[in-house]
Design a protein around this ligand. Structure first.
Ligand code: NAD
Length: 337
């Protein structure tokens, strides 16, 4: 057995561990309390990890693609849970990427007003971000992740063996979120081996979540690059994957920070160097999108309490900036067109 690293998400009575390493899925049972009688395993076709839950369990497959991250899917799952007789003393196990863990987590949060959930993350993005921190939810046609709940898992497993079957494009999506952590901490994540790198990302996210579980303030920093990213995902009808959209969103945020005189041009160059060169991600805005439509989509962002709100780099590091006018936003989009 190669190295397994355990990272704690310290949230008082809701604290839990994240186990990272090759073969970590073997230990999923250690996160399931003995009192649990049944498990509902929520996954997708093609996800390579088969959970050997040694308790009676039923497997629920949800569709692939963001269009299935919907209230209809939650309804189907909850009806399935009811038919199998799942109770609040049982457990939901989400096995998949961020889509599965967001959906399984929200179904677990809602069914019987809350059933414990354990996540087995099988994409790089899920391991470094989506499975950690208790944000769950689904999309509406009006926008991404507009309906959801904070529901912390009882444990998370990141089994690196799963990454062997993950397409290159999905690996790049994980890099989008890693590049974000680079700007939040300045850490040289690419210098670490994969287990340490994923564990370090989990640690960074855990520390921020522990300081602001319900996103009253600091947790919003994890949305660096995400305001435009969410708008791009909707505007491209999800042809652009989440991590790809985040990479473009990071470059946009750098332009916007420079236009609003928070940073110098050298810092934009640094964003291009990290996102484009070091992580090898696309940095171009897709052609043919209407900038005014993107602005309208960004206005619906959940951070937007006061006009357009972004997470922007600045002299004191990355912070939440509200009340940004349309003009600089359109100027930043224009630079990227
Ligand atoms: N809750 C959060 O804090 C949070 C954070 C970031 C992103 N997200 C959400 O996560 C989602 C994106 O997650 P994602 O990038 O993991 O995409 P995803 O879950 O859609 O997975 C991408 C594809 O890879 C397949 N797949 C999963 N594991 C595989 C494996 N090991 N081998 C081969 N194929 C595999 C899936 O079936 C899917 O088709 C978005 O919905 C985003 O909003 C949530």
């Amino acid at each position: 057995m190669s190295e397994l690293v355990r990272v704690t998400v310290p949230l008082g009575e809701r604290s839990y561990d994240v186990l990272v390493g090759h073969g970590a899925a073997e230990f999923v049972g250690t996160f399931i309390p003995e009192s649990v009688k049944r498990a509902a395993v929520v996954t997708q076709p093609g996800v390579p990890i088969d959970i050997a839950a040694n308790i009676p369990h039923e497997r629920f497959e949800i569709g692939r693609g963001e269009q299935h991250k919907s209230l209809a899917t939650i309804g189907d799952l909850c009806r399935g849970f009811a038919k199998m007789g799942l109770t609040r003393n049982d457990v939901v196990i989400g096995v998949g990427g961020g889509m599965v863990t967001d959906v399984a987590g929200f179904a677990a949060a809602s069914y019987h007003r809350g059933v414990p959930v354990v996540h087995v993350a099988t994409t790089l993005l899920g391991m470094v971000d989506a499975a950690i921190g208790g944000k769950t939810g689904v999309n509406l046609p009006e926008g991404k992740n507009l309906v959801g709940a904070f529901w912390q898992p009882s444990g998370v497993v990141c089994d690196l063996d799963a990454l062997e079957t993950l397409p290159d494009r999905e690996i790049r999506c994980g890099y989008g979120e890693m590049a974000k952590y680079h700007f939040l901490t300045g850490d040289d994540l690419l210098a670490m081996d994969l287990t340490q790198r994923i564990a370090r990302c989990v640690e960074i996210k855990a520390e921020i979540v522990a300081s602001d579980e319900r996103e009253g303030g600091r947790r919003a920093l994890l949305n660096y690059g995400h305001t435009l990213a969410h708008a791009l995902e909707v505007a491209t009808e999800h042809r652009l994957a989440h991590g790809e959209a985040v990479a473009i969103g990071l470059i946009f945020a750098a332009h916007l920070a420079e236009i609003t005189r928070r940073i110098g041009v050298d810092r934009i160059d640094e964003h291009f160097a990290v996102v484009g060169e070091e992580y090898g991600l696309g940095t171009d805005l897709p052609a043919g999108l209407d900038p005014h439509h993107l602005v309208e989509l960004m206005r619906r962002d959940k951070k937007a309490l006061d006009g357009l709100t972004f997470v922007l780099d600045g002299p004191d590091g990355v912070e939440v900036v509200s009340g940004v006018g349309d003009e600089p936003v359109l100027a930043a989009l224009d630079r990227m067109a």
